[in-house]
Design a protein around this ligand. Structure first.
Ligand code: COA
Length: 328
C-alpha cells in the first residue's frame, strides 16, 4: 500500500536581516543578553511583504522542488497566527497568487505547532481518499503583531514561510503524528484580536477593551518550562507508539524557539544535542514557519537521505504541541 510522503519542500524569508545589535538601537537590550539567553543572532523582517506573499514564494519553491504544477494541488492548508486579513483565508490568497485553481484552501490556528497540525490534517484528509496532493504551509509576518517596545518579546521572533508537498508514494513516509493541546496555560502566550466594538457594549467592557494590547504577550518562564517538558514527552511517546528507539532517528527538527530550551530537552532525553537541527541563530522564532523552514534547509543541504527517520516536534500558543515521525 502506498503511504503519504513529503515529495518537496520550499521556504522563503524576507531579505532584510536585523541583527541583535540593530535591535539594541530600538530597545534596551544587547547582543550578549539575546545570544546567551536564546541563541538568536539575527532574524528577517518584512519591509512590506505580507504573510500570503511569503507563503506564496515558499509554495512556488516547494512546487519546483517536488517537480509538480500548482494545478496538481487539490489541498492547501496554511498555518498562521498573522494572516493578511480575517477573510479570505491566507490559503485562498496563496491559491490565487500561485494559480492553484483545483485546490481546497483553508487556514488553521495552532501557533508554533501549526505545521505539525497541518501535516496531521492533510494526511487524514488524504487517507480519506478525496485528496492526492496537499500543500502544507507555515507562514508568518510576526513583526506586525510584535510590541516593538517590549524587549522581552520583540527580540525573539522573525518573519518567514516554509512549505511541504505531500503525495502518495512507495516509501513509508509520514509514519505517525501526535498532537496535543493544554489550554490551562493559554494566558502564557497570547495575541488578542480586534477589540469588541458595537453600539451596545457595557461601560466597563468599553474601558477594558480600550486598554487591551493587540500584540504578542508572553510569560517566558512558563513557556520555557512547558517547552522543555513537552519536547521530551512528545519524543518519548512517539517512539514508544511506533516501536523505534532514539538511535533510529537521524535528526529531530524542533520548533526553533530557543537554543537553551532545545539543549535542556536534549539533556532530559539523554540525547546528543547535535541530533537536533537548529537554524534559530539566523531566523529567530518564526512560529508555524520555523519547522518547515528548517526542514527545507536540511533538504536543500542534502542532509536527508532516503530511508532516514526524522522527528518534527513543536510547541506554542494554545498551548499546543505535536510531533511527527517521518521516513524520508
Ligand atoms: N534584553 C535585556 N534584558 C532583558 C530583555 C532583553 N531583550 N528581556 C528581558 N530582559 C530583562 C528582564 O526585564 C529582567 O530584568 P529584571 O531582572 O531587572 O526584571 C531580566 O532580563 C530577566 O528576565 P527574565 O524574563 O527572568 O529572563 P529569562 O532568563 O527567563 O529569559 C526568555 C527570558 C524570554 C529568554 C526566556 O524566558 C525564554 O526563552 N522563554 C521561552 C520563550 C519562547 O520561546 N516563547 C515562544 C514559544 S513558541
Amino acid at each position: 500500500m502506498e503511504a503519504i510522503e513529503i515529495i518537496g519542500t520550499g521556504s522563503y524569508v524576507p531579505p532584510l536581516v536585523v541583527n541583535n545589535r540593530d535591535l539594541s538601537k530600538i530597545v534596551d537590550t544587547s547582543d550578549e543578553w539575546i545570544s546567551s539567553r536564546t541563541g538568536i543572532k539575527k532574524r528577517r523582517i518584512s519591509e512590506g511583504e505580507n504573510t500570503s506573499d511569503l507563503g506564496a514564494k515558499a509554495a512556488i519553491n516547494a512546487l519546483k522542488n517536488a517537480n509538480i504544477e500548482a494545478l496538481d494541488l487539490d489541498l492547501i492548508i496554511v498555518s498562521t497566527i498573522s494572516p493578511d486579513q480575517f477573510m479570505p483565508s491566507t490559503a485562498c490568497l496563496i491559491q490565487d497568487k500561485i494559480g492553484a485553481k483545483n485546490a481546497v484552501c483553508f487556514d488553521i490556528s495552532a501557533a508554533c505547532s501549526g505545521f505539525v497540525y497541518g501535516i496531521e490534517i492533510a494526511t487524514n484528509l488524504m487517507n480519506g481518499g478525496k485528496y492526492q496532493k496537499a500543500l502544507v504551509i507555515g507562514a508568518e509576518v510576526l513583526s506586525k503583531i510584535l510590541d516593538w517596545k517590549d524587549r522581552s518579546t520583540c527580540v525573539l521572533f522573525g518573519d518567514g514561510a516554509g512549505a511541504a508537498i505531500l503525495s502518495f508514494g512507495p516509501g513509508k513516509g509520514i509514519l505517525h503524528t501526535k498532537l496535543g493541546s493544554d489550554s490551562e496555560k493559554w494566558e502564557s502566550l497570547t495575541c488578542k484580536s480586534m477589540a469588541l466594538e458595537n453600539p451596545y457594549l457595557k461601560e466597563d467592557v468599553i474601558k477594558k477593551e480600550k486598554n487591551s494590547n493587540l500584540k504578542i504577550a508572553m510569560n517566558g518562564k512558563d513557556i520555557f518550562k512547558f517547552a522543555v517538558n513537552i519536547i521530551k514527552l512528545c519524543i518519548q511517546e512517539i517512539l514508544e507508539e511506533t516501536g523505534y528507539n532514539i538511535e533510529d532517528i537521524k535528526y529531530v527538527v524542533p520548533h526553533q524557539a530557543n537554543l537553551r530550551i532545545i539543549e535542556f530537552a536534549a539533556k532530559k532525553l539523554g540525547v546528543d544535542v547535535e541530533k537536533f537541527y537548529m537554524n534559530l541563530s539566523e531566523y529567530g522564532n518564526t512560529s508555524g514557519a520555523s519547522v518547515p523552514i528548517a526542514l527545507d534547509e536540511m533538504n536543500r543541504k542534502g542532509l536527508l537521505k532516503k530511508g532516514d527517520k526524522i522527528i518534527l516536534v513543536a510547541f506554542g500558543g494554545g498551548l499546543t504541541y505535536g510531533c511527527s515521525l517521518i521516513e524520508w
